[in-house]
Ligand binder design. Structure first.
Ligand code: GLY
Length: 362
């Protein structure tokens, strides 16, 4: 029977569960509160670990955090496999960034030139080099680049593994909704509730809708391509994430909306772009079309650290497009903050107090 816990975590997505696992492994008494673990953004997420291809203009501090967390992933995956007995599908085949038409290639090149300027590992390839690496690409593809350090995991394997690891370390799951911070009683409360953090904390976290498809290779063999492919196709941006199971995740729209309807138009655009880049996908089964809500923030970066004016409340949310890649570093930094009381300098750009002048959004 658990008495008052040291740490109560609101939200059992990858971030909340990883914090639970890490804190429980340090000997803290931990509860995790969520009526439907793993049913938020991670259920829809493709699982790309993309510190290079997702290094966008003007996001230097976020780019540095993505690189830091991606570097922690191999160790995190190995520790998790040992602690849970489960494999999370970590794959290091690298990512190809490609453009279908000359215009698409110009757009892709503009971003990878910026990424190269930051010193990030991304290398342009001639069309023949591209097809040597990935013969499944359409002959029409005009060119691209390789980011060998951009990897992937399977978020639908990650969540059960984290649940198992957290549970084995002693964390207790409470399958109930937390409507207000006063609903939980612990020395420290961690808000890792994705979009739900807005109502709990008043911080400027907003839902950003993403529609995602899941295809399956015929005969249930692995897809004929190994790399994650991020493509521009007639102005559409799409990514294709192949898994050993035969699944290919095709994503994703980015919509400033809060509903989770799947629309015919989005499915059409995603499929057209996917098949234009990798024609064999037309023969795959379409097994799932879903929509999820990314927890967006005004500067696209996560919110991690003590909640101003609320002693004992720590926030770990707003991971927007990067929840899976940022899971290890978020868990490590929050755990250290709780155990030592000292914020790591890495946290400085991401603390909740940076939004002093933003309107509260709840
Ligand atoms: N990071 C992929 C997405 O947000 O769609």
């Amino acid at each position: 029977m658990l008495t008052r816990p040291d740490v109560a975590i609101v939200g059992a997505g990858p971030v909340g569960l990883a914090i639970a696992w890490r804190c429980a492994s340090r000997g803290l008494r931990v509860t995790v509160h969520d009526p439907a673990p793993g049913s938020g953004a991670s259920h829809v997420a493709a699982g790309m670990l993309s510190p290079v291809a997702e290094a966008y203009f003007g996001e230097h501090e976020l780019t540095a955090l993505l690189a830091e967390s991606a570097a922690r992933w191999p160790r995190f995956a190995a520790d998790l496999a040992e602690a849970s007995g489960a494999d999370v599908g970590y794959r290091a085949d690298g990512t190809l960034v490609v453009g279908l038409t000359a215009d698409d290639l110009a757009e892709a090149r503009r971003l990878w030139s910026y990424q190269q300027g930051l010193g990030l590992p991304i290398t342009p390839l001639r069309p023949s080099e591209l097809r040597d690496r990935e013969p499944a690409l359409a002959p029409r593809v005009r060119g691209g680049a390789v980011a060998p350090g951009d990897h992937q995991v399977d978020p639908r394997r990650l969540v059960p593994a984290l649940r198992a690891a957290a549970g084995r370390a002693g964390a207790v799951l409470r399958p109930a909704r937390v409507g207000a911070l006063s609903d939980v009683d612990a020395a420290v409360t961690v808000v890792a509730a994705g979009c739900g953090a807005a109502a709990l904390t008043g911080l400027p976290v907003r839902p950003v809708k993403g529609q995602v498809l899941r295809l399956r290779a015929p005969g249930r063999g692995a897809p004929d391509f190994r790399h994650v492919i991020r493509g521009y196709a007639d102005g559409e941006s799409v990514y294709l994430v192949p898994r050993d199971s035969g699944e290919v995740v095709v994503g994703a729209t980015v919509e400033e909306r809060a509903d989770t309807e799947v629309t015919a138009g989005a499915v059409l655009r995603l499929l057209r772009a996917a098949v234009d880049l990798v024609p064999e996908l037309a023969e795959y089964d379409l097994v799932e079309a879903t929509a999820g809500l990314r927890p967006g923030t005004p500067d696209n970066a996560p919110i991690i650290g003590p909640l101003p004016g609320r002693p004992g409340v720590v926030v770990a949310t707003g991971h927007h497009r990067h929840g899976i890649v940022l899971t290890p570093v978020t868990a490590d930094l929050v755990t250290e903050l709780i155990v030592t009381g000292e914020p790591d300098p890495l946290l400085a750009p991401f603390t909740p107090d940076r939004f002093g002048k933003e309107p509260r959004w709840n």
